[in-house]
Design a protein around this ligand. Structure first.
Ligand SMILES: Cc1ncc(COP(=O)(O)O)c(C=O)c1O
Length: 362
């Protein structure tokens, strides 16, 4: 039950994390329709919201389950009865291995070193541990090189108590195609082709490969459309952020997450201090190097600097700001900002209508 009494934004204590409900629902509807038109299942990344209310909306609109980065995210979803999960991270170290085997959710594996303790723990527990081979299709993070995936699959198949479910990749390198949408789209298609090629190679060698999973917001219009890809794992799209706007994956009117802040000091000409600092905005940089977030109400201002609880606004029009003025800041990277908060206010127009907990943060 929502015990929250609706309130005008001006009555909220600041800083406050705001979710625009209409925009959120529209983003969810559109990504579900996009995945359906690609003929793939949608398994959004939960790290983007860490909010069960958002997750339920995604499920209502056809998501099959969720992707997680951390054990805390997996736990939050399992405790809410949401069981179709992929833990897209290598569970390394005894505590994580034990958790993975108890949770029984598919995990990412990109080496025998990761797989062996998992296999041993699964055998000791009398279980089979599902896993996906993580393939590096260009990000240069975790993941086996595409040309080495078959050899790895053969080595892993020799280990007991493991069950190969498929392959996954995260095409995070698409974030580097600032100002080059054709290049980004070409790279996204290539990601799908490379991963589908790896899957075909594994199947030809007799390995099961039911899931072929790509995942990112900038790649959502390309990689899932490649024949052979079965699953898309975009996450950031629920809210979008200023980085996605800079990349051109969404317009400003689609962004659903802002931080409400107040001017608390105008100590000298040329600067205004607000009560949203690093602990409200995170220190995630902008892809185009433009400060700590976008001042959506006054785009001529720059969020130039931030301390823990103070933000410094500069730029044209800053001297017109008065102590007490309310402003909304669009984060550079929504996922990092969500992780700073334990709750968000849901807004319709200028009214806060609900308060949703952010769970699964640690
Ligand atoms: C493994 C994995 N899958 C999916 C995603 C979602 O991508 P995006 O944040 O671009 O929506 C991420 C993002 O970091 C990821 O790491």
């Amino acid at each position: 039950m929502n015990a929250f009494a609706p309130a005008p934004l001006a009555e909220l204590p600041t800083p406050a994390l705001l979710i625009d409900r209409d925009r959120l629902v529209r983003n969810i509807e559109e990504m579900s329709a996009l995945a359906a038109s690609a003929g793939v299942r949608l398994r959004p990344h939960f790290k983007a919201s860490k909010c069960l209310d958002v997750a339920r909306l995604q499920l209502d609109h056809g998501a099959i389950g969720f992707t997680c980065a951390t054990a805390a995210e997996v736990t939050a979803l399992l405790e809410a009865g949401i069981r179709d999960l992929v833990w897209a991270h290598q569970p390394v170290g005894p505590a994580k291995v034990d958790f993975a085997v108890r949770a029984g959710v598919p995990v990412a594996v990109d080496s025998v070193e990761v797989a062996r303790p998992l296999a041993e723990a699964a055998r000791a527990a009398g279980r089979r541990q599902p896993y996906l081979i993580e393939v590096d299709t260009g990000l240069g993070r975790a993941g086996v090189a595409p040309e080495d995936a078959l050899a790895l699959a053969a080595e892993l198949a020799a280990l007991p108590s493991l069950e190969l479910r498929g392959v996954l990749t995260h095409e995070g390198h698409l974030m580097t195609y600032l100002g080059d949408r054709p290049g980004m789209d070409k790279a996204g298609t290539l990601v799908g082709e490379v991963l589908a090629g790896v899957a075909a190679e594994l199947r030809a060698a007799g390995h099961p490969c039911e899931i072929v999973s790509v995942g990112s917001t900038p790649g959502a219009t390309t990689a899932p459309f490649v024949p052979g890809v079965t699953e898309a794992r975009a996450g950031t799209y629920v809210f979008y952020d200023s980085n996605q706007v800079a990349l051109g994956t969404a317009g400003l009117s689609r962004t659903a997450l802002t931080v409400l802040t107040r001017v608390v000091s105008t100590p000298r000409g040329g600067v205004a201090i607000v009560d949203a600092g690093l602990k409200a905005m995170s220190s995630d940089a902008s892809v185009n190097g433009s400060g700590f977030g976008l001042v959506v109400d006054r785009p001529s201002l720059t969020f130039a600097k931030a301390n823990e609880e103070h933000g410094y606004l500069t730029g044209e029009g800053v001297d017109a700001l008065r102590v007490g003025d309310l402003l909304r800041i669009l984060p550079n990277h929504g996922c990092g900002v969500v992780n700073m908060w334990s709750r968000a206010h849901v807004v319709e127009g200028d009214t806060a209508v609900a308060r949703w907990p952010i769970t699964g943060r640690h």
